[in-house]
Design a protein around this ligand. Structure first.
Ligand SMILES: O=P(O)(O)O[C@@H]1C[C@H](O)[C@@H](CO)O1
Length: 325
């Protein structure tokens, strides 16, 4: 994970996108994927427990990551190591490519490896990328199961030197200083609300919010949860932002949907240990402290439970996409 702070690396080391590597990856795709699916308009990244999103792809072709130069392996339960190419949406459908599992820096992958699939999507012509993730709610108004349409992010790792765009520019046409105040496409976000309306989704099932990216793999302490909430974040997760940055650099329109899989434990006030002991000494009854802990199993279970809703929403947004210009 040191690639983001070393400035003397060649582009292939620091950004994982040397033209030779990319040529090799594209060659493999060309050999496996039928021509009509080789240039998908939409890219999808499936978050934890959400790889079922791609189950409705028609004429689908799977390409295992191990066959693709530059791709690493997904090591997290709930993530598969394959790309799926196929058609999604009603009617003739739209060609899409879906990552059935993503890479996280906490797995030990370099940031350049984490975003390499997004670089590949850019190279094969993806215009719109739909990124999904599982996230913990910091905002107490967000119930577990809510899908949050992300409109902004807070990325402490980016601010402290863990930014996938650090290093030599991989393409001289890319801006050196990428503005990301508009990273989350307003028109795609609006399409999600139109889609939810057409699906008669309950109003509370969908919300808007700011995603905080943390490196993980530890979940947040209560104090960290309060800190991120005070900073303005609604949900917190361990992925997505590196992909968003690479996708914006590649010129894609970005949509991020976070599924709230758990509430981050942020007790309003701590039960003071001193008070508890004083209560015990006085011989009075003490209220038991409820020890809530989040687990990845819980995250995956929620993904399973809400996977179909996420799938219908994504498929409906695809139907509503304006024709390509
Ligand atoms: O890949 P995503 O962001 O959906 O996965 C979340 C973040 C961690 O990888 C994991 C924690 O349970 O779920």
């Amino acid at each position: 994970m040191a690639d983001f702070i070393t400035t003397s690396q060649k582009p292939s080391d620091s950004r994982g996108s040397s033209s030779t590597l990319m040529t090799e990856t594209l060659q493999v795709l060309k050999e496996i994927v039928p021509p009509e699916l080789q240039n998908p308009r939409v890219g999808i990244i499936c978050g934890s427990g959400l790889s079922g999103l791609a189950a409705s792809l028609r004429q689908s072709v799977l390409v295992q990551y191990e066959k693709l130069p530059g791709f690493v392996q997904s090591t997290v339960p709930g993530h598969k190591s394959a790309l799926a190419f196929g058609l999604m949406g009603s009617g003739a459908g739209i060609p899409v490519v879906a990552m059935l599992g993503r890479f996280h820096p906490y797995e030990g992958h370099k940031l350049s490896s984490v975003v390499y699939p997004v670089r590949v999507m850019g190279a094969i012509g993806v215009k719109d990328i739909f990124i999904t993730n599982a996230a913990g709610a910091l905002n107490p108004a967000l119930a577990v199961g809510t899908i949050v349409v992300v409109h902004d992010h807070i990325a402490l790792p980016n601010l402290t030197g863990m930014n996938p765009l650090l290093g030599p520019q991989i393409d001289p046409s890319f801006p050196r200083f990428l503005p990301i105040s508009d990273a989350y496409s307003r028109s795609l976000r609006k399409l999600v609300f139109h889609a939810a309306h057409q699906l008669s989704m309950n109003r509370d099932a969908l919300a808007e919010g700011t995603y905080a990216w943390v490196s993980g793999p530890t979940y947040e302490t209560p104090a960290e949860g309060r800190f991120l909430r005070a900073a303005g974040a609604d949900v917190v997760g361990m992925s997505t932002v590196p992909e968003v940055l690479a996708a914006r650099e590649e010129g894609m329109n970005v949509l991020v949907l976070s599924l709230v899989t758990n509430a981050v434990v942020i007790p309003a006030s701590y039960k003071s240990v001193r008070e508890e002991v004083e209560t015990e000494i006085a011989g009075n009854l003490i209220e038991p402290v409820i020890d809530e802990k989040v687990s990845h199993e819980e995250v995956l279970a929620l993904g399973k439970m809400k996977g179909d809703l996420m799938k219908s929403l994504v498929a409906k947004v695809l139907d509503l996409l304006p024709p390509p210009v």
